[in-house]
Design a protein around this ligand. Structure first.
Ligand SMILES: NC(=O)c1ccc[n+]([C@@H]2O[C@H](COP(=O)([O-])OP(=O)(O)OC[C@H]3O[C@@H](n4cnc5c(N)ncnc54)[C@H](OP(=O)(O)O)[C@@H]3O)[C@@H](O)[C@H]2O)c1
Length: 235
């Protein structure tokens, strides 16, 4: 997909990677960037069009799709983290919230905007997933990893089904980024601005999937290692 002249809608665009996507898309020549946020007053990026959206509210999604008839690029970025040891009772509530936000949200958004993107000869969806769709950090990411594994499977299904209408789908897998979500995580983190730029380059090159950093590439390679990395992480 070509970004020049496109009209983008970025969810969770008030901070973190979403704000970085909004900046990078404008810099790459997008004609318009709708910056969706639960509280649009918190959108600070110059040049974007703030819109209200909670991705867990079907009514808001439907209303936005009626309002924004020119969207050609949907960036499903909004997401929530949170630690969840698998045996903690609270993990079930967190799993339900994360599935609703991280997997069902992007699915509802894609269902609502697919007919709009079908009208464009240059359209795409970017799904922000995670290296943790393929691995679980013991005692920490059971439910988050489950929600991102669901998002990965849905992203692959979207690519298969949207092909018929010419809409491309890019799955973006990334490890830790320097945003609020990973604030408590020690060690090196990737800049969200760099990740957004890499994703735009990958989209313009027609790639179906981006493994945005070395950690993500190593986790991905670990799927076919002997023994596979996900078994090692459980032990
Ligand atoms: N940070 C990392 O290390 C990392 C690594 C891999 C993948 N990711 C993924 O990258 C994406 C962006 O995360 P981030 O690092 O930028 O995190 P962040 O700084 O915590 O930002 C999360 C964004 O999602 C929004 N959001 C959360 N729930 C929402 C909802 N129900 N409706 C609409 N917006 C909602 C937040 O809005 P509010 O301001 O209203 O809360 C915020 O704008 C997420 O999908 C995350 O899972 C992050």
């Amino acid at each position: 997909m070509k970004i020049q002249g496109s009209v983008a809608l970025v969810t969770g665009a008030n901070r973190g990677l979403g704000a970085a996507f909004a900046r990078a898309l404008l810099a790459a020549g997008a004609a318009k960037v709708y910056a969706a946020a639960r509280a649009p007053s918190t959108v600070a990026e110059p040049g974007v069009v703030p819109v209200r959206l909670d991705v867990t509210c079907p009514d808001q999604i439907e209303a936005l799709a009626r309002e924004l008839g020119d969207v050609s690029l949907l960036v499903n970025n909004a997401g929530i983290g949170g630690a969840s040891p698998v045996l903690a009772l609270a993990s079930i509530d967190l799993l339900q919230q994360q599935i609703e936000t991280n997997a069902v949200g992007p699915l509802r958004m894609t269902q609502a905007f697919a007919p709009i993107m079908a009208a464009s000869s240059n359209s795409a969806v970017i799904n922000v997933i995670s290296a943790l769709s393929w691995a679980t950090l013991p005692g920490v990411t059971s439910s988050y990893s489950a929600s991102k594994a669901a998002a990965w499977a849905l992203s692959n299904a979207m690519r298969q089904e949207l092909k018929a209408q010419g809409t491309e789908v890019l799955s973006l897998h990334v490890a830790f980024m320097d945003t609020d979500m990973a604030r408590g995580v020690p060690g090196d983190k990737t800049s969200p601005d760099e990740v957004a730029r890499l994703a735009i380059t990958a989209l313009e090159a027609g790639q179906p999937e981006l493994l945005a950093d070395e950690v993500t590439r190593s986790v991905h390679a670990g799927l076919t290692a002997v023994p596979p990395m996900y078994l090692g992480m459980l032990g």
